[in-house]
Design a protein around this ligand. Sequence first.
Ligand SMILES: C[S@@+](CC[C@H](N)C(=O)[O-])C[C@H]1O[C@@H](n2cnc3c(N)ncnc32)[C@H](O)[C@@H]1O
Length: 262
Amino acid sequence: MVSQENSTGKPLADFNWLALHHRAKLPERTTFAKRIATLEPKSVVDLGCASGLWLEVLDQFLPTECEFIGIDSDEKVLNMAVQRSSSWQRKTSFIQLDLEREASQIPPCDLTLAFNIFPYIKNLDLFIDILSCRVPHGTLAIRQYDGASLRFGPMPTSKRQEIEVELRIATENSKQFYHYDLDRTFKILRQSSYQISNYEFELFERSSPFTAEFLPYYKDTLLWTCQFLSKKSADYLHTWIDADPLMLNHYFYEVDLVAILS
Ligand SMILES: C[S@@+](CC[C@H](N)C(=O)[O-])C[C@H]1O[C@@H](n2cnc3c(N)ncnc32)[C@H](O)[C@@H]1O
């Protein structure tokens, strides 16, 4: 079982998994961190900060006068974030909060990061409303994946579609998170009271030979997928993986929603 759950049972949030994910996407994440650093925030709040990987990237590009606040419900990863931040020369704090139940305690700031956190929030309308009512609410930067925009290949379309349908039904039935959350997010952000907005779709792509930074993320995501599938589809996917163990003729792409609102 490749659960990739964190210590509070949130799926796709295990700290090892997040570290693999981060390492695989570090060049793109670094580019985005540089971009939001140009907003020159004096304070940053990272919603669902986990072990502080995004803040660590931002630490390289923001002046030390900028304060960082990381929020997560998982005490274990917050302790790791505290350790990670020990060499940072800035005011930094980490707060353990259930973002959905205790949203009113999210502090106001210049820049709020909401990176792949919305899939865990059931009442997203209310959550965005609470974020926008903070004074100041500052800028809200969102990065949101969607299970339907991840593609592994090459693979026969009929097989891919069978796998995709089974994964969607299984993750929806689990009711643990919204693995397909881009459209809900887009719609709610458009209806929010943030006045200025910019929406983009960012491509993340790799084709083999894969780097040592990317390969573990690719394999883990495939194995994570297998556990949601029927035996027939899981067997197919395992055979597909084993047919090219070094992944010499593979590709991967994903499209994320990137929105900046203020
Ligand atoms: C998928 S991870 C995203 C981590 C990071 N933002 C990133 O993009 O790599 C989601 C994080 O949100 C946290 N989380 C999920 N639901 C939460 C909630 N209701 N309150 C606080 N943290 C939550 C999880 O513990 C996990 O660390």
